[in-house]
Design a protein. Sequence first.
Lengths: 119, 804
Amino acid sequence: MRVLTVDDSRTILAMLKHTLTDAGYEVLQAENGQQGLDMLGQENVDVVITDVNMPVMDGIEFIRQVRAGGQHHNLPILILTTETSQEKRDLGRAAGGTGWIVKPFDPDKLVSVIRKVSH
Amino acid sequence: MSDLDEFKATYFDECSELLGELEEQFAAIEEGDRESDRMHAVFRAIHSIKGGAGAFGFQRLVEFAHSFETLLDYVRDGRVELSDDVVALCIRANDIVADFVAAARVEEDLGADFGAEEKAQFEALCNGDAEDEDDGPTQEDFDEIEFTPVMVDLEDEPASDSFDEAPLSDGAAADLAEIALETDKVDDAARGWRVEFTPLPALYERANDPLLLLRELAGLGTSTIEARLTELPLLHDFEPFGVYCSWVITLTDTSASEADIREVFEFVEGDCEIAIAAIDGSAAAASAPVAEAEEETSFADLAASLNAGAEMDEDAISEEPVSEDQAVEEASAANKSDGEPVAEDKPAAKSQPSFADLAGELGVTGLDAGDEDEDAADAAIAKTEAAAKPAAAPAPAAAGYTKPAATETRKPAMQSIRVDLDKVDRVVNMVGELVITQSMLNQQMDDTLRDKYQELVRGIEVLAQTTRGLQDSVMAIRAQPVKSVFSRMPRLVRELSAKTGKKIRLEMVGENTEIDKTVIEQLSDPLTHMIRNSADHGIETIEKRTDKGKPETGVIKLSAEQAGGSILIVVEDDGAGINRERVLEIARERGVVPPDTQLTEDQIDNLIFAPGFSTASEVSDISGRGVGMDVVLSNIKKIGGSVNVKSRPGFGTRMTLRLPLTLAVLDVMLVKVADCHYVIPLSSIVETIQTSRSDFGSVPSGSRLLKVRGEYVQVVDLADRFDMNSITDDEHRFVVLCEAEGGVKVALIVDDIVGQQQVVIKSLEENYESIDGIAGGTILGDGSVALIVDVQGIKASPTRQNAA
């Protein structure tokens, strides 16, 4: 299982990688939506976890473009957000996000959410 | 270092970068650049700082950053106008965030009031428009922020065939244990739920998968899953993207509450219709036989109709969860007797004529966890999924569960990579050794060899070239823009301006000039002192400036540029300049300079770097107690640089730091003194002269002077200085004329000049002990050790003599 993590924060990327690697996933990293798209074009990915606020291309646009591309309509995309408000989450869902994870994330919860949306 | 510490280190690293970027953005915003991109960048940076802080439980930082972020959000979308006052507030808030980060790093508490005033101001600004404000981070949000990495045993992956082993719900194993306990404790086994689940197209558009939801739901207890295909149209009415399938799940033997069930559907709320109804024990029990009865016919037919030409979906089969029921047994038996694999396919893709009929019959699918029936049960779920799936597939014929392999190559995703500094340093060290080996080879190449082995010589020449290129490339990796240090200065100037009541503007030029990372790290303190000095002693008060007809606002200019093999960093102010009379007076008072010494203007200016010297009449809160500028000198010397100050009374002061591009390799002149090798940094050598042609003079005290182009320069005989006996005849020795910092020249007398080469500097302090007059050591090509002459330290300057 390969998880693509997209976040402009190195801290969050590192923590995601640690948790996911421990849980037996292979982790790919991208620092913004554009890098995420590029990576999806090159690699096989089973699940995507993406931040919302990022430079170059934010998470919402990233999800929109992944879905618009047509190839990845079945790819689960989880939105990683610190927003306690519903707003960002709904935007992400409207763009085609599969589910969400609220930062700061609990490692158990993270893994269980990935299982929830992936085979 | 624990994982947590490592993450924290990453976080603080990242914070430094973000804070630097924030400084830059705010500087531009303050200048009047109200480009919306800037506010977005500021918002993102604060947001990132908050995000990480949440993960580590830096509660105060999170709270402050959150209020700040809310204000920024309001500014971003125009609900709060970005007036000068708001900009000033934001800049202050930015400093406070920096303080919170610094406090978090050293685990210091800044007190409850810190930042409270600004926080209140944010809230007041945003309050006009507070209806749709989110409720902010509550205590609850951070209750579980402690980051404890989990170990998840691969054995526990849901890939295992039995549902019972696979921890699926939140809190995984612990919850399962609890469920088991509760079921024992509470006699609730008969209680259950009936869940009607009807996906809408949106559910598929977001890549949610009913199969996974059913799997998760099934994990909550014993389940019977019934697929309802009554909506399935006849083939010619069949829409590839239509959604025709729904399910009724009967959950028994469960301790799950309605909330638990709702949580399963958390991500698809609004994308499906869900009806949850509690059933009592008898209803639950009754539902099973019903399913069984219908199953008998439908499943066998389904299997039979589908096997022709169909492909097995491996994903679906191998990870297929199975739940418990007796219903499928018959179907399974029928399937096995057929001797054909159970198969499924995308209906829309294959358009089998029998599909409409089949679909009509496909009423119920029961699942069984019994080993024998796994395949059948798997296929059953896969089947129901297949019927529903096409809805999500924009390209039905190509749609599958396996991800399309991306074969086309695009431009590389990463333009940069992050590498541990340790790793780079290892390479730097090895390249250093390589340089030495290369120069050793060169040394051993005498004329006989040159004639005899021309090919070898050519090879060694190429090696030299490549080594040089390699060295430059490696050094370029270590190089970083000075921006990281420069970006800390605007805040300093703001604070100084506030403390002194002077108006000061900071101008920065050449922030992208790159220097070795180690040099940059050592640069922060000296620069801080220099800028403090300029603000405190250089720039005049507003009244004084107005009196002199200068603009009210004083300017400090900070610039960086590359000049040959060095980097020049200049701090320049348009203040009063150095008061030479006062400097000299103080220097004499404190005994820094002997009473009768005559000093040039330059020498007087450079006295401000002398240890224990301060011109401030009162000890100032800002520049401290005269320990400032000598720190500059010693720090800069430590990294092989020099400091020079030039001042024009009434017009300002310019302080120049000259820094080496790299610390690892030094270009030197190799000389011999009493049969020992010494090296002199090439950067400080002005010229070399034969002693026989030199014009020596002497002063009454007995020390020798050298007259070069009308200028008298102090002479230091290295043999005498290092207590060695020169065996070379005075006539055949050499003078190496060096220029130390501040433009002071010194003439070193050596026995012989061997040549020019590169050496890797080894620290004497680390390997032996510090020696006066020696800056370090190096290993030569033949393996012998040579000492590096400290040109700055070796000249017996008037200040030094006096201090001793």
